[in-house]
Design a protein around this ligand. Structure first.
Ligand SMILES: Cc1cc2nc3c(=O)[nH]c(=O)nc-3n(C[C@H](O)[C@H](O)[C@H](O)COP(=O)(O)OP(=O)(O)OC[C@H]3O[C@@H](n4cnc5c(N)ncnc54)[C@H](O)[C@@H]3O)c2cc1C
Length: 205
């Protein structure tokens, strides 16, 4: 582990330096482990970046995440040699509605970093992200900045579900659960149980 950024007591972004070349497609997940316990984690970084970035949530009494929380920069985890997953960008569609709760933003950030790095401008992404608290949006600054630089490419809307709580003081953005207005019209979603595709009802913009 080469970097660790703590957002909240139960949320951290970490960067890993694989000891072997590690090729993947944005949207895929890697499998890491400690003491023989392994779990899959969506990759946040994009293939052009020289590290593997993950966005982790601590699950109290979980088997692996409490162990991960003891790690410091310089410590090692196991990494299965190959990534997995088919939740990758379907490039035949020009418009993508991406819906995520907290750490579920991971595969979408990977896809967006990749598209922006390649200079692709034929897509349009609408990214909705829900969280209880504003400090859980680990990539808000990056996504708002990308949206400001490429307004035709990306719209990013974070929404907090507990606007009245002290931890959300000063929040001026959207409020409510991310699923409420969009539950019948999403194409793909990503949350604690990993990413998944939903019914293809939706976006024909
Ligand atoms: C494809 C895929 C991608 C994933 N990507 C990420 C990711 O980017 N970041 C991330 O933090 N996790 C991600 N996960 C979840 C991750 O693999 C683990 O399940 C999670 O970290 C819990 O592991 P654990 O060993 O600590 O808990 P476990 O011992 O496996 O679980 C203990 C209990 O907690 C429940 N549980 C698991 N996760 C949560 C949760 N988030 N909130 C509440 N209860 C939970 C389990 O159902 C179980 O009942 C992903 C899962 C999949 C399938």
């Amino acid at each position: 582990m080469t970097e660790r950024r703590n957002l909240a007591p139960d949320l951290a972004v970490v960067r890993l330096q694989p000891e072997i070349p590690y090729a993947f497609t944005p949207g895929q997940y890697c499998t890491i482990g400690l003491d023989g316990v392994e779990r899959p984690y969506s990759i946040v970084s994009s293939p052009h970046e020289a590290f593997l970035e993950l966005f982790l949530e601590l699950v109290q009494h979980g088997e692996l995440t409490p162990k991960l929380w003891t790690l410091r920069v310089g410590d090692a985890v196991s990494l299965r040699p190959r990534p997995k997953g088919v939740f990758t960008l379907e490039e035949k569609f020009p418009v993508h509605l991406m819906v995520a709760t907290v750490t579920g933003i991971a595969p979408f950030v990977s896809m967006l970093r990749h598209v922006i790095h390649r200079g692709e401008r034929r897509f349009r992404f609408v990214v909705l992200q829900g969280a209880s608290y504003q400090d859980e949006f680990a990539y808000r600054e990056e996504l708002e900045d990308a949206s400001a630089r490429h307004p035709e490419l990306l719209v990013y809307i974070p929404t907090v579900s507990r606007p009245g709580e002290e931890r959300n003081r000063g929040w001026a953005g959207a409020t409510g659960r991310v699923s409420t207005p969009w539950s019948r019209s999403t194409s793909s979603a990503s949350g604690p149980q990993g990413p998944r595709r939903l019914t293809p009802a939706a976006i024909r913009a």
